[in-house]
Design a binder for this molecule. Structure first.
Ligand code: SF4
Ligand code: SF4
Length: 169
């Protein structure tokens, strides 16, 4: 019979031999494959007890950084949101008031900063675009959750703890 396409496979319809009818050779062959796999190096990991090492280029949850004095580095310039291909970042800028110099590094800061992790593709473009070294992607895997709202990470979820407050504890 002539094949219609190069991908067609002709089915062998000739009667089965005695060996094929008793299935024994196929069973022995299958057992051989199973035994062969038993002695192979295991590829599975008993997560979460055992964790595989991350790739050096792994990008996990975002972190909003502070400077060495504990002030927020983000100036709400919007470059990260502009660079984000998934349009996952939204923010609102605010003016720093007198007396807030210890809280915010520059005159402008992000009063609201949110990342929608359901949109984020962890490309790291926001980190690359930031001129203030204010955002970076950590090695933390984003935890699973049950509601869509829980994937909208707000500023307080992203900001690293204030070292001054941590010291006073
Ligand atoms: S990692 Fe990429 S997709 Fe996620 S917020 Fe940053 S720029 Fe957007
Ligand atoms: S994280 Fe960086 S790029 Fe994004 S708004 Fe703040 S300072 Fe600008």
């Amino acid at each position: 019979m002539q094949k219609l396409t190069s991908r067609a496979v002709l089915i062998d319809r000739s009667p089965m031999t005695f060996g094929e009818r008793v299935y024994l050779p196929s069973i022995v062959k299958g057992l051989g494959i199973t035994l062969g796999h038993i002695f192979k190096k295991t590829a599975t990991t008993r997560y979460p007890e055992v964790k595989r090492p991350f790739s050096p280029v792994f990008r996990g949850l975002h972190i909003l950084n502070r400077d060495e004095k504990g002030a927020e580095r983000c100036t709400a310039c919007g470059l990260c949101a502009l660079a984000c291909p998934a349009e996952a970042i939204t923010m609102e800028a605010a003016e720093r008031k007198p007396g807030e110099e210890n809280l915010y590094r520059e005159e402008k800061y992000a009063a609201r900063y949110e990342i929608n992790m359901l949109r984020c593709i962890f490309c790291g473009f926001c980190e690359e675009a930031c001129p203030k070294d204010a955002i970076y992607l950590s090695e933390t895997i984003m935890p699973a959750n049950y509601t869509r709202e829980s994937f909208i990470y707000k500023k307080q979820d992203l900001l690293i703890p204030d070292p001054k407050k941590t010291e006073n504890k």
